[in-house]
Write a protein that binds this ligand. Structure first.
Ligand SMILES: C[S@@+](CC[C@H](N)C(=O)[O-])C[C@H]1O[C@@H](n2cnc3c(N)ncnc32)[C@H](O)[C@@H]1O
Length: 281
């Protein structure tokens, strides 16, 4: 089978769940993983024949994709902020909005020239937030909390892969108290309300951890309320908070912080949705 035939086959197989351009994109991601070919090589090798073993591996991946399983979980890895991360069924697959949250955070840290700052990430999942920050600011002391022991194992694997020293803490943030004071608190907590469950794609609900997606109570702001409360005793003077939020609750989320911070901003993502709240004590 040639590369071009394999491409035709995968587009055909995936046409029920993916658009033409999505399946084209998935094809090149898989070619890079299985055949070790980048997009340029791929374009110039359409008539090259694919060894039988690799063609079989390809077909197996296509079968898994047809179940709706995210390709990042099938490959066991993804790219985020230009770094490689291992992902599995125990962690949220990193979203592009969280890259924007990190861009905002990094630019504010750089503006203030904070280097040996103390950072806490709440609900770390695969560890993308502390790893990107520690990679960017090696002198920072970075801690990260998650209630899922399995997510923490994946986060530690990612930190080890990047040879970064991060203090991972197993904790139910909603039930337990913080013990230290931080210069920066950052979080992308579960913020989907139970009443919004029907709006979430089946493949997300089926393959990604519910604990990472949904608020554990009928109150979708429960994590933000606790973070606002923690700003009183666990955020240093002039400390900063960076949060990814539910786009439907921008003003309500911002309002929780107006009494505890001296400056609070609601920021839109590149799609124009209210997506981040950040502020300074
Ligand atoms: C939306 S995911 C964010 C993961 C990662 N920070 C990211 O941006 O991709 C939320 C994370 O919060 C964790 N979590 C949920 N409830 C928690 C709790 N009560 N205490 C600590 N972490 C919790 C979940 O396990 C999940 O990893």
């Amino acid at each position: 089978m040639t590369i071009s035939e394999l491409k035709q086959f995968s587009k055909q197989q995936l046409s029920e769940i993916y658009t033409n351009s999505e399946s084209g994109e998935l094809f090149s991601i898989f070619c890079s993983s299985i055949l070790g070919m980048d997009k340029f090589e791929l374009r110039n090798s359409q008539e090259k024949s694919v060894p039988e073993e690799q063609a079989k591996a390809f077909e197996k991946l296509i079968c898994e994709l047809k179940t709706g399983k995210p390709y990042q979980q099938i490959l066991g890895e993804t790219e985020f902020y230009s770094l490689k991360f291992f992902v599995d069924e125990n962690v949220l697959i990193p979203r592009p909005e969280t890259e924007e949250l990190l861009e905002l955070t990094i630019s504010e840290i750089q503006k203030r020239n904070l280097k040996d700052t103390k950072i806490l990430d709440i609900g770390t999942g695969s560890g993308i937030i502390p790893i990107v920050l520690k990679n960017k600011f090696p002198q920072a002391k970075v801690s990260a909390i998650d209630y899922s022991q399995k997510a923490l194992e994946t986060a530690k694997k990612n930190a080890d892969f990047h040879k970064l020293d991060i203090n991972f803490i197993h904790q139910n943030y909603l039930e337990e108290n913080l013990s230290e004071v931080y210069d920066i608190i950052i979080s992308n907590p579960p913020y989907i309300g139970m009443d919004e469950e029907s709006e979430i794609a089946d493949s997300v609900k089926e393959f990604e951890p519910k604990m990472a997606l949904f608020s554990p109570t009928s109150n979708p702001l429960i994590f933000y309320e606790k973070i606002a409360d923690d700003c009183k005793n666990h955020l240093a003077e002039n400390g900063m908070v960076f949060l990814e939020i539910n786009q439907k609750l921008g003003n309500e989320t911002k309002a929780l912080f107006t009494d505890v911070l001296s400056e609070v901003y609601l920021v839109k993502d590149i799609s124009g949705n209210d997506r981040f709240v950040f502020g300074k004590k």
